[in-house]
Design a protein around this ligand. Sequence first.
Ligand SMILES: Nc1ncnc2c1ncn2[C@@H]1O[C@H](COP(=O)(O)OP(=O)(O)OP(=O)(O)O)[C@@H](O)[C@H]1O
Length: 219
Amino acid sequence: MLELKGITAGYDRRGPVVRDAHLALHPGEALGLLGPSGCGKSTLARVAALLHRPDRGTVAFDGRTVTGFRHRAPRSLRTGVGVVFQQPRLSADPRLSLYDLVAEPLRATGRRTEAEAAVAALADRVGLGAGLLARRPHEVSDGQLQRACLARALVLRPRWLVCDEMTAMLDASTTAALVGVVEEYRKETGAGLLAVGHDPVLLRRWCDRTAHWSDIADG
Ligand SMILES: Nc1ncnc2c1ncn2[C@@H]1O[C@H](COP(=O)(O)OP(=O)(O)OP(=O)(O)O)[C@@H](O)[C@H]1O
């Protein structure tokens, strides 16, 4: 179970953007979170992924509270959550080849020897031809880069996935392909999903359940 309880978070303690948010995600469940632009969805998604420390409230995985660290949670906890953001160019190091981008979490966790096989399998799964793996982000399209970012999010086989407007910049066929990859992964591993967006049609089709921002947070 992934639980966010009483989360207040933002960038200035005097004016938080997320106020008293509550959300519970059961193992294997896909929850779509809808809300207007700027309401704080991405901020809450980063809190759920342990990338942003809330001012108040707790994040718990399977009953274990994982917030309360001075800066951010240790890597061993963060690797339990895979994250894909809206804009792949902002989340991809421009100096890395796509191969290195996907392999990076394995290197960072001392599992370098697994990289070759894992990257090849994931590249195939997300539809990235071998020729593209040698290229750097500026040499590929947004859709191709987002495919690599999804592969990176899956490479440590996380139990939870947070997709923050993952498909907002993509065309219909790339959207369908990436949603298909996430669903195949979830079927295989039982991973839970928090999908953030503002497209109710997509999220209702994709997820078991959707929640609106006004149901889970104040303001
Ligand atoms: N790094 C930051 N520093 C300061 N303010 C920020 C920062 N990131 C976001 N904000 C502000 O916090 C508020 C919530 O932003 P957030 O990105 O969480 O909203 P969102 O619901 O995901 O929006 P969208 O649907 O447009 O992506 C906005 O007013 C935004 O300007």
